[in-house]
Ligand binder design. Structure first.
Ligand SMILES: Nc1nc2c(ncn2[C@@H]2O[C@H](COP(=O)(O)OP(=O)(O)OP(=O)(O)O)[C@@H](O)[C@H]2O)c(=O)[nH]1
Ligand SMILES: [Mg+2]
Length: 208
């Protein structure tokens, strides 16, 4: 499996010199790696055998996500910080990233409270105060997932959306589904493209 550049090892983990556009954070096993792999297939060529198997990200890794034909840039650069590196996520917040995607596994009730606390920390971190955040509710394909009403109750998502109306976007994602089966995957890439372009009209080139 090719995951782009892998940055891990025994030494202290520090941000790389590469410029990343988007930061992926979220608890261990919440679906960042599979989402990065899946997003590459939205406008890129889907591999004949898409592998659902991932390994834990010990450190960080990057994903290059192809954009659509006619987009002013060829790719979106994503940096995933492994859930096991949570105390070090903040090292990336001061980098010139443009937005953050926070993954929350809605099939794991035991992890919801901890995920909600981390989401609040991301939203309130001073280095990220001007950055758009996408809350990706992951694994929505699984049979027993928290409903949106349950999430509103447990995590106060409605209140968060009212508090950060233009900054917080919430999407329900399944990375085991194809982009045709889960249109939110394309919506997420388009959200990243708009943010990287700094121009909401950039998506109009898609239809030409
Ligand atoms: N059913 C289902 N399984 C998923 C989905 N996304 C991820 N998984 C599975 O959940 C497990 C963990 O996914 P990862 O993408 O490795 O999670 P991660 O957030 O990168 O974890 P760390 O690297 O440890 O921080 C893997 O077995 C994935 O195949 C999804 O949308 N649906
Ligand atoms: Mg990972």
């Amino acid at each position: 499996m090719s995951n782009g550049g892998l940055c891990c090892g025994s030494g202290p983990v520090s941000p790389t010199d590469d410029t990343d556009d988007i930061l992926f954070v979220g608890l261990q096993g919440s679906g960042k790696t599979l989402l990065g792999q899946r997003l590459r297939t939205v406008y890129g060529k889907a591999p004949t055998t898409f592998r659902l198997v991932t390994t834990e990200t010990n450190g960080s890794q990057d994903f290059r996500i192809p954009t659509f034909k006619g987009c002013p840039f060829k790719e979106i650069r994503i940096r995933e910080c492994g859930g096991s590196m949570q105390p070090l996520w903040r090292n990336w917040y001061s980098r010139p990233i443009k937005a953050v995607v926070f993954t929350l596994d809605v099939s794991d009730p035991a992890a919801l409270a901890a995920g909600g606390v981390e989401l609040q920390r991301v939203l309130q971190h001073p280095e990220l105060s001007s950055k758009p955040i996408c809350l990706a509710l992951t694994k929505v394909d699984l049979p027993f997932t928290a409903t949106r009403a349950e999430l509103d109750l447990a995590l106060g998502l409605c209140d968060l959306q009212e508090l950060y109306p233009s900054r917080l976007r919430i999407m329900a994602i399944s990375s085991v589904r194809s982009p045709e089966e889960c249109p939110e995957l394309e919506a997420l890439v388009d959200w990243m493209i708009e943010i990287k372009a700094g121009d909401q009209t950039v998506l109009s080139a898609k239809k030409n």
